[in-house]
Design a protein around this ligand. Structure first.
Ligand SMILES: Cc1cc2nc3c(=O)[nH]c(=O)nc-3n(C[C@H](O)[C@H](O)[C@H](O)COP(=O)(O)O)c2cc1C
Length: 216
């Protein structure tokens, strides 16, 4: 039974573009057949506590004397890691907040990126290697090549680093830009570009969900 882990982090509950796109991904996934299940984690509705103890960054065997995280925090970390492990594909809504990640999503990353557990350290295990993850990033402005914002997107690159380079997951990126073109006067002239970006993103999430949900 192919299982999707559907994660959102936008603080906007009604008009969020990333929520609409991850929702479309999940809908396309479900439409592939009854066996296509979806597990939901909404990091804004049900935020995780910030990582309470640095010891959680290391597998228990790698911790130093005195690094003894709270049992409840360890249990939460184990639950979050198991949720990814149990999923065949992960889709993550990652809006740009202040050129970076929503803190709710960063907290999730801090729990699941663990030396010696999900990242090879003293042993070669890399349990998430090859697992597809689709990052859906919405942003008010544009950061395309040749624009003033070029090179200042600190939302997608850290996710590619952690999930792709470090955890070894197979990362796909879908971007919807200029989502504030309807709201901010200086961007109004770019409304057409915003619509094109949104349509292209919708097409990409449908194609990715159908492709990843039917691969053998
Ligand atoms: C707290 C906050 C910070 C933001 N910072 C940026 C930013 O640095 N650059 C940008 O282009 N848009 C920024 N925006 C606009 C959002 O990226 C944009 O509204 C996007 O569509 C949010 O995703 P959502 O539609 O899924 O909620 C910010 C919005 C919020 C609420």
């Amino acid at each position: 039974m192919p299982q999707l882990l559907h994660i959102d982090s936008s603080a906007e509950m009604n008009t969020s573009v990333s929520r609409a796109l991850t929702g479309l991904f999940a809908e396309t996934w479900r439409d592939l057949g009854e066996g296509h299940t979806v597990v939901r984690r909404d990091l804004h509705r049900d935020p995780l506590p910030h990582l309470p103890d640095a010891g959680l960054h290391y597998a228990a065997r790698l911790r130093l004397d005195g690094e003894t995280p709270d049992a409840a925090a360890e249990a939460l970390q184990a639950e979050l890691i198991a949720e990814v492990a149990a999923s065949d594909v992960v889709v993550i809504g990652a809006p740009m907040y202040n050129w970076s990640l929503p803190s709710t999503l960063k907290a999730w990353i801090d729990y699941i990126h663990v030396l010696g557990t999900t990242v090879p350290f003293d042993t070669p295990e890399r349990p998430f290697a090859g697992k597809p993850v689709v990052i859906v990033s919405s942003r008010g402005n544009t950061y395309a090549p040749g624009t003033p914002g070029e090179g200042t997107d600190h939302t997608v690159p850290p996710l590619q680093q952690v999930l792709g380079v470090s955890l070894g997951m197979s990362v796909e990126v879908v971007v919807a830009e200029l989502t504030l073109a309807h709201r901010l006067a200086p961007l109004t002239a770019l409304s057409g570009q915003a619509e094109e970006s949104r349509s292209a993103a919708e097409k990409s999430v449908r194609t990715l969900a159908a492709g990843l949900g039917t691969r053998s």
